[in-house]
Design a protein around this ligand. Structure first.
Ligand SMILES: Nc1ncnc2c1ncn2[C@@H]1O[C@H](COP(=O)(O)OP(=O)(O)OP(=O)(O)O)[C@@H](O)[C@H]1O
Ligand SMILES: [Mg+2]
Length: 390
């Protein structure tokens, strides 16, 4: 980058006031300004965008031009566009994440909690089924797992986990300004599942309708601020189908959130990949991997029927450059388990095994629990020992 003369430095200084509207940081510190110099009273600025077709290009252009033109010695601005390399893009995202982390409002979610948003590029592919089954499999391994049902009016988590009573609240303590909601708890083996969903708040259709009027993002924000989650190793978030504002709110409130993408074997990877990549970029949430659901149906005698096609999970994973974490077969027990409130992951069979394998992969490789025991800020003393060591 050209930083030689005072003029050039002044150009850089004003460019530092130009924010990338999605990444919430200035374009200079994000490393998006390739060069900036003044020659014959014309400022030449080269900006590399995350993607060439970035829809925010016009905003950035307007902002750059107006600021640079305000400089005395500049009469004209020549903007040149470039695209960040994959490596640069990763660096930019990391920077944006760490920036968001340092400026995020505190939530009730402990900093050590691994947060995974279960999302998809298309509805009805099994996000909720995967969320509750992974939660059950992780809890069965002894972890404390929160499940936040971010599908505010399409909630299905309470039924799928067999948790039905209304949520309770406890009074505010001395350093809180209002009462806190207590999640419903479902012990599982040596672990524990904590559930919060609008399904546990509404009594009647009318109250459900009231929630309908509420901004989605606002409801999610309340679930993070007004719920006393206590200790959590993992927080799984069942995302509503295709709503950008919830993703954005989550990323803002929980900068540690990462995304698990669910797809079926049939989906045309390219179309879905564009949507998923867009979702990840808009929220700057890294994608941990893809889980294929409704894969080949396996008969008891071992025959395999690819009812919904084949290979969609791998294609999507390749397309967005992340690992395929596993494939869940199509199995009646997944849906009956969902209806009866006992996730199939707690029983046996091919789908159950697949869920448990993915949970182990998460724990051992993809997103291992953060152990704060060596950390001076550890609050592990508050975790009931019985829950962790049994
Ligand atoms: N592997 C599977 N085998 C059999 N049935 C399944 C499987 N996965 C999901 N289902 C069933 O498919 C339906 C849709 O699943 P689910 O509700 O989990 O999807 P979703 O992505 O959360 O949907 P939405 O976008 O509406 O929130 C449910 O009836 C569920 O029981
Ligand atoms: Mg769902």
């Amino acid at each position: 980058m050209s930083e030689g003369s005072t003029d050039d430095d002044q150009v850089l200084a004003v460019l530092r006031e130009v924010m990338d509207p999605e990444l919430h940081d200035n374009i200079v510190d994000l490393g998006m300004v390739r060069s900036a110099y003044v020659q014959d009273r014309t400022a030449h600025v080269t900006i590399a965008l995350t993607t060439a077709g970035c829809p925010l290009r016009a905003t950035i252009k307007r902002d750059c031009e107006s600021r640079v033109l305000a400089l005395n010695e500049v009469e004209k601005v020549q903007l040149h566009w470039d695209e960040l390399t994959a490596e640069e893009r990763t660096r930019v995202m990391e920077r944006a994440r760490s920036h968001a982390r340092s400026s995020a409002a505190p939530t009730q979610i402990p900093a050590r909690t691994r947060v995974m948003a279960v999302a998809s590029g298309k509805g009805g592919v099994g996000k909720s089924s995967v969320t509750v089954n992974l939660a059950a499999a992780l809890a069965a391994q002894g972890f404390i797992v929160g499940v936040l049902d971010a599908d505010i009016w399409g909630f299905s988590v309470p039924r799928m986990l067999g948790v039905e009573s209304r949520l309770n609240a406890r009074p505010a303590n001395s350093n809180e300004d209002r009462a806190k909601i207590i999640p419903m708890e479902r012990p599982e083996g040596t672990g524990l599942i904590k559930v919060v969903s609008t399904g546990l708040m509404v009594d009647t259709e009318e109250t459900a309708l009231m929630w309908r009027g509420l901004m989605l993002a606002k409801a999610v924000e309340q679930f993070l601020h007004d719920v006393d989650w206590g200790e959590l190793d993992y927080l799984l978030i069942d995302m509503p189908p295709g709503t950008g504002d919830v993703q954005m709110a989550l990323a803002r409130l929980l900068p540690q959130a990462e995304m698990l993408v669910i797809t079926t074997p049939a989906l045309s990877a390219q179309k879905v990949a564009v949507r998923v990549a867009d979702m990840a970029t808009r929220s700057h949430m890294p994608v941990l991997g893809v889980i294929e659901n409704m894969s080949a149906f396996v008969t008891p005698d071992g025959k395999s029927w690819a009812v919904f096609g084949e290979g969609g999970g791998q294609r999507l994973a390749d397309e967005i450059g992340v690992p395929l974490l596993g494939s869940i077969p199509l199995e009646t027990a997944v849906s009956t388990g969902g209806d009866s409130g006992r996730p199939v992951a707690l029983d046996s069979g091919p789908a159950s095994e697949a869920f448990r394998e993915i949970a182990s992969l998460i724990v051992n490789e993809i997103s291992p629990p953060i152990d704060m025991e060596q950390c001076s800020a550890s609050s592990m003393a508050e975790v009931p020992v019985t829950l962790r060591n049994n």
